[in-house]
Design a protein around this ligand. Structure first.
Ligand code: MRU
Length: 320
């Protein structure tokens, strides 16, 4: 990702310390969070210093490297941070295997991270072919470099298309309650890609008015049959896209595909706390008597997906 002309990543290793762009502070402040221990990494994942499935996986490999001495305990601690993104569990298993086979922990972790970056670049190269000049494209949440270390999943095709000189426009869902859409807008702004943030409930309006030609989102976990979990609100966008004859694509690397579950009904959906809805920037916006429900993800059935943009190519969905 570009930040004021410089290339930058969402997280990196520096002298055995994991450095994160603190996504809780963006887009207002660019601050770095340093994690020196497994507990620091676990906190960074849980408190959403780092967000997005592949980036959470990258944080986890470094966490496993820091906690190599007590591998099982470290794995347990990291697994308990967030339940939905499959990359977290995939990354932990990868590190257990590497360390058990005598590989250097930091080398193995760095290899994993470099690999994810290359996979996302490939996703960009394949996905870019879907983008035609003049297109208006909707995305939900943040599936950019911040969510994946670099390039992004859903945002990688935008980066590649833009760098090739294609002209297109991106509609960015605000994505309440954590406003990951602002992270997407921040990334697109840094890159110079034309975009507008829209309220979460505005997508249907734009689709019906012929303002959206294509939808691309990321995924947090994809079941064997193609059902997938992504940020809350994705399902309704997919239903609206089908109703309006707009192709809906999911972009994700291999680390997000969970072949151990047959379909989306088996995906555990994280429930997050009350304050995410009842407060904005620490200020109460709801009276104390309000009860809230705050699922962080939803599951979209495969029937709404035109195809999956992966590092190995675009898999067209035969059910659509
Ligand atoms: O709760 P978050 O911010 O970690 O969730 C991130 C997402 O759900 C994104 O939508 C993304 O598409 C999946 S990761 C590239």
């Amino acid at each position: 990702m570009k930040i004021e002309g410089k290339d930058c990543r969402a997280l990196w290793l520096e002298n055995s310390i994991v450095k994160f762009i603190d996504q809780r502070k963006l887009p207002y402040k660019l601050e770095i969070f340093s994690a020196k221990t497994v507990d620091d990494v676990a906190f960074a994942i849980k408190d959403m210093v780092v967000r997005g499935a592949p980036a959470i996986g990258a944080a986890a490999v470094y966490g496993m490297a820091l906690g190599k001495k007590d591998l099982q305990k470290t794995a347990e601690k990291l697994r308990a941070t967030r339940p939905t993104a499959y990359d977290l569990f995939y990354a932990i298993e990868y590190m257990i295997e590497q360390i058990t086979n005598g590989k250097d922990e930091f080398d193995a972790a760095t290899k994993y991270v470099e690999d994810i970056v290359q996979r996302c670049k490939k996703i960009g190269e394949y996905g870019e072919k879907l983008i035609k000049n003049g297109m208006k494209i909707l995305t939900h949440c943040n599936a950019g470099a911040l969510a994946t270390v670099d390039y992004g999943t859903a945002l990688a095709p935008f980066r590649v298309a833009y760098r090739k000189g294609k002209d297109f426009f991106v509609y960015v869902d605000e994505t309440r309650p954590r406003c990951q859409g602002l992270l997407t807008a921040w990334e697109l702004h840094q890159e110079g890609i034309k975009h507008a943030v829209i309220a979460d409930n505005a997508a249907g309006y734009f689709m019906k008015n012929g303002e959206i030609d294509l939808v691309i989102t990321g995924a947090d976990r994809i079941a064997k049959n193609g059902d997938f979990a992504n940020k809350i609100g994705t399902y309704e966008k997919a239903v609206l896209a089908k109703e309006n004859d707009i192709p809906f694509y999911v972009a994700a690397p291999v680390s997000t595909f969970d072949n151990s579950i047959e379909d989306g009904s088996k995906i555990i959906i994280e429930e997050r706390g009350r304050s995410e809805l009842a407060e904005i920037n620490g200020k109460k916006v709801m009276p104390d008597w309000t009860t809230v429900k705050n699922p962080a993800f939803d599951v979209t059935p495969k029937a709404y997906v035109a195809g999956y943009i992966t590092e190995e190519g675009i898999i067209k969905n035969k059910y659509v």
